[in-house]
Design a binder for this molecule. Structure first.
Ligand code: SAH
Length: 348
């Protein structure tokens, strides 16, 4: 059998491995050479720089009913909110002062925000802060809607594929949600010219090692600019309330594998990773991640945007979050940079 160390070596040189080799890496326990190599690759392409994205969670209304997500429409105990156009701009004002040059606007799939509303919001941010990138993360839309947002100035779009296996996808979503459509959305976003982010949850109920290999294969085909992954964390008001959470080790293994397969990708150390372990984000950075996404939402709504439970960073003002993250970065020898942090060589 090929030694693990050689698998890492060949992944480093060829950016690829066989399905069986990937399964072994995903399933490994504290295999240091994997993390050392991933760190080396991050350092090679990005030095000690970590990009900051200011996250603005502007609505927790959602028409979808994903079995894993606390924002799901059937969660009647969720207290719903939406920010106004002005409130969103105020978050950007604060963010800009704190040095953020990317704003990520995320929400549930809230039908009360029409395409014109999204375009207006994007347009106002880009007019006021032309040196900033705007990222949208508002779910599945038509080609023409995506095109309209792009023409209004949106630069990037995050839409995790969640799981690449159609069968597994159907076990996590109600029947009206279609895995083929979600993948189609990602291809449309690329066609239009967005910098595209995709990704998946680690440890969702029923997920197999083969499913995770399928996720990696799908990403190889899509070639996204950004890849976000995080552990599944159960939420009490969902059908998956009593399921086990995703493993820290497996998530870190996958971050490192992604860094080796996609050397230039922007890979966040996610809030979900920080939620299952107090040093989860630092470990994610040490596994090859190079992005953090501090929260810029007004503190009064922070606790309400909860796809999963015990989410961290819901009590502090943006400035405090910024300082806290800076200290965390320093603790692992990294530092944040004030720049848009585009995918290398891509900027329109
Ligand atoms: N409506 C947007 C944003 C969804 S929330 C969209 O469809 O893209 C952002 C991400 O949170 C999701 O893509 C999902 O991967 C993650 N998420 C949702 N529920 C979760 C849970 N219980 N545990 C961990 N991550 C979760």
């Amino acid at each position: 059998m090929v030694k693990m160390k050689n698998i890492v070596r060949s992944l480093f040189f060829t950016r690829d491995a066989s399905d069986d080799e990937l399964r072994r890496l995903i399933d490994s326990e504290h295999f240091d050479p994997l993390f050392e190599r991933a760190n080396e690759v991050r350092h090679l392409h990005f030095g000690d720089d970590v990009y900051l994205r200011g996250l603005i969670e502007f609505s927790n209304y959602c028409k979808n009913d994903c079995f894993y997500c606390g924002l799901r429409a059937s969660n009647r105990s969720a207290v719903r909110y939406r920010l106004t156009h002005d409130e969103i701009l105020q978050c950007c004002d604060e963010g800009y002062r704190l040095g953020f040059r990317t704003f990520v606007l995320q929400s549930g799939e809230d039908p009360s925000f029409k395409d014109e509303d999204i375009c207006q919001i994007v347009h106002s941010i880009k007019t006021k802060y032309p040196d900033c990138a705007v990222t949208l993360s508002i779910g599945e839309k038509s080609y023409n809607s995506y095109l309209a947002y792009f023409q209004a100035g949106a630069d990037r779009y995050l839409l995790r594929h969640e799981t690449a296996s159609d069968e597994h996808y159907r076990s996590l979503h109600p029947q009206n949600m279609d895995p083929v459509h979600r993948k189609e959305c990602l291809r449309n976003l690329k066609k239009i010219g967005y910098q595209v982010g995709s990704g998946f949850m680690v440890g969702t109920p029923g997920q197999t090692l083969d499913n995770l290999v399928q996720d990696l294969r799908f990403l190889q085909e899509l070639e996204p600019h950004m890849i976000g992954i995080g552990p599944f964390i159960p939420h009490g008001e969902t059908p998956f309330a009593h399921e086990a959470q995703g493993s820290l080790q497996r998530t870190l293994n996958l971050v490192a594998i992604l860094r080796l397969m996609f050397p230039q990708a922007l890979i966040p150390a996610t809030t979900a990773l920080g939620t299952i372990d107090p040093r989860g984000r630092e470990l994610g950075l040490q596994a090859g991640a190079n992005v953090v996404m501090p929260n810029l939402s007004p503190v009064r709504v922070r606790k309400l945007y909860t796809p999963y439970e015990n989410k961290i960073c819901t009590g502090e003002e943006a400035a405090q979050c910024r300082r806290c993250l800076e200290r965390r970065l320093e603790s692992v020898g990294l530092h944040s940079v004030v720049s848009r942090g585009d995918y290398p060589g891509v900027r329109r």
